[in-house]
Write a protein that binds this ligand. Structure first.
Ligand SMILES: [Zn+2]
Length: 336
C-alpha cells in the first residue's frame, strides 16, 4: 500500500459584512508553524533588547548620579580647603601684625629702661632706641569694632603670603633674641638701680629742716659776734624754735652732746667717710649708737651754744674735713 503525504491545510475565514460574501484562505499547516516560530523569535529578541536597554539606561543613570554626588563632594571639599587656606592666610597676616606690635613694645621697653637709667643717673650705654610706634590693635579685640578701617581692595597672592610668613618668622626669631637681651639688660639695670638707691640712701641729699630759708652759706663771712672775717664751715637754716630736724641720709648716730660753742649737737656717720653735724638744737631726740633713716626726726631746732637766735647750723664732714653741704642737697625736702 502506498502512502501519499497529503499536507494539512488551515482555512482562515474572513466575514467582512452580513451582505458580502465570505473570503476563505487556505494555508498549509507548516506555514502557520513557521509564522508562529518567527513571531516568537521576534518577540524574544524584542524582550531581550528592551531588557538590555533598560539595564543600560539604569546603569547610566546610576553612574550619572554617582558622578553628581562625587562632584558635589569635591566642590564641598574644594570650598572647605579654600576657606581653610584663607583662614591660614589671615592668621599669617594677624601674626605679622602681632610681631610688629611686639617690636614696638620691645622698643618702648628699651626706652623705658633708658629713662630709668637716666632717672637713676646710671650710664645709659650706646644702644640707640627708636621711638615706639603706636600701633592700634587691628586683630580680634573688642576695640577693633570702633576703629575705622578702610582702603581699596587689593587681594594678595599665595606667594606674597608665603613671603610675609617667612618675614614674620624671621621677625619673631629676632624678637626672641632681643627680648632675651632685654631681660639680661633689665636685670643688670635693676642691680645698678639698687646700688644707686643704696648710695642715695646714705648720701646726705635731704634738706635737714622744713624751712627754705638759708641765713648763712658755707664759706667766708663776717663773724656775727666779733664782726671779724671768719670762715663759716656749714649752712645756717633759718628755722623756727622746735621745728623738726631731719637726718639727711641713712646712718648711725656716733655722737650726741652739748658744749658752749655747738650747743646741743648730733653727729651721724653715713658712708665713704661722710658725716653730718647738726648744731644749736633745743632738744636731741636720738641716742648715741642709734641707726637712723633718711628723713627721721632726730632733734628740734633751738639756739643753744654760740648762736644769736633759733636756727640750725648744718655741716657735712668728708674724711673729717668740713665741706660745702650745698652740692649734696637736692631740691628734695621732707615736706615736698
Ligand atoms: Zn652756722
Amino acid at each position: 500500500m502506498k502512502l501519499k503525504w497529503k499536507p494539512k491545510k488551515l482555512t482562515l475565514v474572513i466575514i467582512p459584512d452580513a451582505n458580502q460574501s465570505v473570503v476563505r484562505f487556505r494555508i498549509p499547516h507548516l506555514f502557520a508553524y513557521i509564522a508562529a516560530a518567527c513571531f516568537s523569535v521576534l518577540l524574544l529578541i524584542s524582550i531581550i533588547t528592551y531588557t538590555l536597554h533598560a539595564n543600560t539606561v539604569k546603569a547610566a543613570n546610576d553612574l550619572q548620579s554617582k558622578l553628581n554626588g562625587a562632584s558635589q563632594q569635591w566642590n564641598a571639599t574644594l570650598t572647605s580647603k579654600n576657606q581653610t587656606i584663607e583662614q591660614l592666610q589671615n592668621e599669617v597676616i594677624q601674626l605679622s601684625q602681632q610681631a610688629e606690635q611686639m617690636k614696638a613694645k620691645v622698643e618702648e621697653m628699651k626706652k623705658l629702661e633708658n629713662d630709668l637709667k637716666t632717672i637713676a643717673q646710671i650710664d645709659t650705654g650706646s644702644s640707640p632706641t627708636k621711638d615706639p610706634v603706636a600701633i592700634q590693635n587691628e586683630s580680634g579685640d573688642n576695640d577693633s569694632a570702633q576703629i575705622g578701617i578702610g582702603g581699596s581692595l587689593n587681594p594678595v597672592s599665595q606667594a606674597e603670603i608665603m613671603k610675609l610668613g617667612e618675614q614674620t618668622l624671621a621677625s619673631l626669631s629676632e624678637l626672641d633674641t632681643e627680648v632675651k637681651e632685654l631681660q639680661m639688660s633689665f636685670t643688670g639695670t635693676l642691680q645698678k638701680v639698687a646700688v644707686k638707691q643704696q648710695q642715695l640712701r646714705v648720701t646726705p641729699t635731704l634738706w635737714p629742716t622744713t624751712t627754705k630759708v638759708v641765713t648763712s652759706s658755707f664759706g667766708y663771712r663776717r663773724d656775727p659776734f666779733t664782726y671779724r672775717p671768719s670762715f663759716h664751715s656749714g649752712i645756717d637754716f633759718g628755722a623756727k624754735e622746735n621745728d623738726p630736724v631731719f637726718a639727711t641720709a641713712d646712718g648711725r648716730v656716733v655722737s650726741t652732746g652739748t658744749d658752749r660753742f655747738h650747743g646741743n649737737n648730733i653727729v651721724i656717720e653715713h658712708s665713704k667717710g661722710l658725716r653730718t653735724w647738726y648744731m644749736h638744737l633745743n632738744k636731741i631726740l636720738v641716742n648715741n649708737g642709734d641707726n637712723v633713716e633718711k628723713g627721721n626726726t632726730i632733734g628740734l631746732v633751738g639756739s643753744t651754744g654760740r648762736s644769736t637766735g633759733p636756727h640750725l647750723h648744718y655741716e657735712v664732714l668728708k674724711n673729717g674735713e668740713s665741706t660745702d653741704p650745698r652740692p649734696y642737697l637736692k631740691a628734695v625736702r621732707k615736706d615736698d
